[in-house]
Design a protein around this ligand. Structure first.
Ligand code: PMP
Length: 362
């Protein structure tokens, strides 16, 4: 039992900023004098439409989304995009290029294969996904309908530090675990998508940012709900959108703005990650898994080399309110997910505990 809030290092759903949760709690029963909760509002009501428009506008301004791109608020998670993307885009040439840098890009490939000819542009499984391919290592096809990559590999703790050059081939990027953590040049992408449950909002919302030029190329049998054209034409309201999550995203975006926008987030995230990586580099017990040049600022993976010791570390940490440090079931070891809402104190407390653990077990 904890009487205070813990440091939750979960990969997602993960921590939300405390100020955001407090604001949501204060408006839970009666939003802005409407006499109702946002959860109880019709998605077509004036009050909700104002929230919807404001959230969309906030995302556009915080992420600097150009007018060439449309913002969609969908459901089905990032996983549904694994199908929606090929259904809508692969018809152009019947082919697409995918880079495999972890579990989720592999799942995206699996879905893509159901709809067309998938060419693997790179695969980092040979080194247990501990690195990111360089531009020169990518085998790209000029006739691909798109190139897909996962910008941050949540399970392995690696992150692309560049946007690949693909010529005229549109880039599609899964940014589920690093969206809103730093500034990006949205104009370089055909599609950016993200499950919200890490850096945006509670689980249940999927944000998609799509170049309008890519809309309207879906295969004939594409379900209505899975057509970007439908979703754009109906402004994400073909059916009931995840209303409360959209409201929560709005609160998170206001919080990001107040913290200096994405430049502020990037600085804070770099400072936080440095605390842990610096310690991993000097520790005689703990070792970082990702190659230094591929390290993610969002998910930090590490091991002691002894699975039993890893397990007791995660267990003892849990009892101290340092929660969810056990690595993903596919890879073992430890993982600290340190998204935007993880405070600096969380990293300081974690490293202090790791030092204590190391002193005991060296
Ligand atoms: N892509 C990445 C990078 C992820 O981290 C996740 C979830 N952890 C997914 C895709 C799958 O997302 P969802 O659960 O929203 O379908």
């Amino acid at each position: 039992m904890f009487t205070e809030r813990i440091y939750n290092f979960s990969a997602g759903p993960s921590m939300l900023p405390e100020e955001v949760l407090q604001k949501a709690a204060s408006e839970l029963l009666n939003y802005g004098g409407t006499g109702t909760s946002v959860m109880e509002m019709s998605h077509r009501s004036k009050n909700f439409l104002a929230i919807f428009e404001e959230t969309k506008h906030l995302l556009k301004s915080v992420l600097n989304v150009p007018d060439s791109h449309e913002i969609l608020f969908l459901q089905g998670g990032a996983s549904m995009q694994f199908s929606m993307i090929p259904l809508n885009l692969i018809g152009k040439t019947g082919k697409a290029d995918y880079a495999i840098t972890g579990n989720f890009s592999k799942l995206a490939v699996k879905e893509g294969k159901r709809y067309g000819d998938i060419h693997i542009a790179a695969d980092t499984e040979d080194e247990n996904n501990t690195y990111i391919p360089r531009q020169g290592d990518l085998s790209l096809s000029s006739d691909a309908s798109y190139f897909h990559y996962c910008a941050n590999n949540t399970i392995y703790g690696t992150e692309w530090d560049y946007v690949p050059e693909t010529g005229d081939v549109p880039i599609v990027s899964d940014m589920s675990s690093n969206i809103l953590s730093k500034s990006i040049d949205v104009a370089k992408y055909g599609i950016i998508y993200a499950g919200a449950q890490k850096n945006m909002a509670p689980a249940g919302l999927t944000a998609v940012i799509i170049d309008k030029a890519l809309i309207g190329q879906e295969m004939a049998h594409t379900p209505t709900m899975l057509s970007y054209k439908t979703q754009v034409e109906k402004d994400s309201m073909y059916n009931t959108p995840p209303t409360y999550n959209i409201y929560m995203l709005g609160l998170v975006l206001k919080w990001i703005k107040a913290k200096g926008g994405l430049a502020g987030m990037a600085n804070y995230n770099a400072e936080k990650a440095k605390i842990l990586y610096d310690y991993l580099d000097e520790s005689a017990l703990f070792k970082g898994c990702a190659r230094p040049e591929a390290r993610s600022l969002m998910n930090v993976t590490f091991v002691t080399g002894d699975p039993e010791l890893d397990a007791s570390f995660a267990k003892e940490a849990e009892a101290r309110g340092l929660s969810n440090l056990k690595g993903h079931r596919n890879v073992g070891g430890m993982r600290a997910s340190i998204y935007n809402a993880m405070p600096m104190e969380g990293l300081q407390t974690l490293v202090a505990f790791m030092k204590e653990f190391e002193a005991k077990h060296r």
